[in-house]
Design a protein around this ligand. Structure first.
Ligand code: C2E
Ligand code: MG
Ligand code: MG
Length: 453
């Protein structure tokens, strides 16, 4: 009897808590909007109730560079930003139409759709809403967002597929720099399938050490002597042949593989450099490209220092190239990391200069040794007055800041003559040499060593 009473009591207690448990099961505790499970349930219900001919759009939204907001401020601010994003979505859409899928990803269901224009109108409203400043503590934070959309029933009647298609469209937006909308299309599916296959092959190549490093000389513009080189990754696939770095580096960025790839390059290049020294070649500076993913990783400097100590190499021979855009992603963290690297004796080049938005004046806050003028400016330098003026002004300002100037992508004598005249220090380009395998590069090193005797 006593047992029965106890059982009844605990059952009652459970019944009382049911609502609370249900709330927790369906609600995202951080933002107080529906979570993934609830969002899917709502979508199912909205679809079931849709008896008109109108379509329903599933929009997946991601905040661009959210990781960097967490790094620049802190996780607490990041959490509060997510809460505010949820609030803003609720101010434009009803509770059953929004949900948080996890991280910085949200879903919005848009009903009553007749055309792509209806989708665009609604999505633009979300993007405009997100662009307005968020005031969190004393910080003013602005965000851009990327949105991928799949449409019921045009793309699928199955909820899982709608999610997947919207996600594929979202990935495509992010791949193209974010801050945009993409509506799913069949050909994206094929592209995404191919990308997944290639990603697997790329990981295999990293594991099997079958990616090559090529070296492209950096040349003193005044005497045409090779003074250094840049290490560039090459992938020659046994069946597919040469695969362009633009493609596979982009792929690695999309699937967060750059950390592994940059480590691979770093270790391989240092071992190569050590070998050249052992074999008696007069060593030259070697520049290594560092991706944002690797650069902003918490153990980046530690791993670099440990490996340098292990292999015991003169750090003055090393140069890290980081793009202007990547430095600007998180200037505070970038400055700290660059100072640490510089403190170890490694010099820093700012790659692809001119393609980002920073001013030279701002860049003096960073410990940078060299500016590499992006090859897009050099390409047109002989024909385009605007490009010429930009390059000239960049060189003049860089001299004031005591920075060395390297021009990328010199292919013609006229370009070289013009840059020499403007006061550029070094150049890189097919005019002197394309990136070449280590074996071929050794011949240049040999020639260099002989001419310096
Ligand atoms: P980047 O670091 O700006 O490298 C310079 C690019 O310009 C290289 O392209 C090089 O082959 C190309 N180039 C050099 N001279 C000329 C020229 O005279 N004319 C033309 N048209 N192009 C020239 P590549 O090797 O295709 O690499 C593309 C980008 O991929 C690199 O741009 C870099 O951002 C990235 N990348 C390549 N290897 C690595 C790597 O090991 N790690 C990382 N993180 N990124 C890499
Ligand atoms: Mg580079
Ligand atoms: Mg470059």
């Amino acid at each position: 009897m006593e047992k029965r009473k106890l059982l009844d009591e605990s059952y009652k207690e459970l019944e009382d808590k049911k609502e609370e448990i249900q709330f927790l099961y369906y609600n995202d505790t951080l933002t107080n909007i529906p979570n993934r499970v609830h969002g899917q349930k709502n979508l199912r219900e909205i679809i079931a109730k849709n008896h008109s001919n109108k379509k329903i759009a599933v929009a997946l939204m991601g905040a661009d560079n959210f990781k960097h907001i967490n790094e620049t401020f802190n996780h607490n601010i990041g959490d509060r930003l997510l809460k505010n994003i949820g609030k803003r979505l609720l101010s434009s859409f009803t509770y059953n139409k929004v949900s948080r899928l996890g991280g910085d990803e949200f879903m919005v269901v848009i009903g009553d759709i007749n055309s792509h224009m209806d989708v665009e109108k609604n999505v633009n409203r979300i993007m405009e809403e997100m662009k307005k400043d968020f005031h969190i503590e004393e910080n003013i934070i602005g965000i851009n967002c990327s949105i991928g959309v799949a449409i019921y029933p045009s793309h699928s009647t199955d909820i899982d597929s709608l999610y997947r298609y919207a996600d594929i469209a979202l990935m495509e937006v992010k791949r193209n720099g974010g801050n945009n909308l993409k509506i799913f299309k069949e050909d994206l599916l094929e592209k995404s399938y191919k990308d997944i296959q290639m990603k697997e092959k790329l990981m295999e190549a990293v594991r099997n050490h079958t990616l090559d490093i090529y070296y492209q000389p950096k040349v003193d513009i005044h005497n045409n002597n090779m003074v250094g080189c840049e290490a560039l990754l090459r992938w020659n696939h046994p069946e597919k042949g040469y695969i362009s770095p633009e493609y596979f580096i982009g792929l690695a960025e999309k699937y967060n593989l750059m950390k592994e790839i940059d480590n691979y390059v770093f270790i391989k290049v240092l071992k190569q450099l050590k070998n050249w020294i052992k074999e008696g070649f007069e060593p030259v500076h070697v520049a290594i490209n560092i991706s944002a993913e690797r650069f902003y990783d918490y153990d980046f400097t530690k791993r670099v220092c440990t490996f340098i100590e292990e292999i015991n190499i003169d750090t003055n021979l090393l140069n890290f190239e980081i793009t202007e855009t990547n430095i600007m992603k998180n200037p505070y963290k970038a400055r700290e990391t660059l100072n640490l690297i510089r403190g170890k004796g490694i010099s820093i080049s700012l790659d692809d200069f001119g393609t980002g938005y920073s001013s030279l004046n701002y860049l003096k806050l960073f410990p940078i040794d060299t500016l590499k003028i992006d090859k897009s400016f050099i390409e047109e330098i002989c024909y385009d007055k605007v490009n010429r003026t930009i390059v000239e002004a960049t060189i003049t300002m860089a001299k004031v800041l005591d920075l060395k100037i390297v021009a990328e992508g010199i292919e013609e004598e006229e370009q070289l003559a013009m840059l020499k005249y403007m006061g550029c220090d070094e150049y890189q380009g097919y005019y002197f040499s394309k990136p070449i395998p280590a074996g071929e590069f050794e011949l240049l090193l040999k020639k260099n060593s002989e001419s310096s005797i």
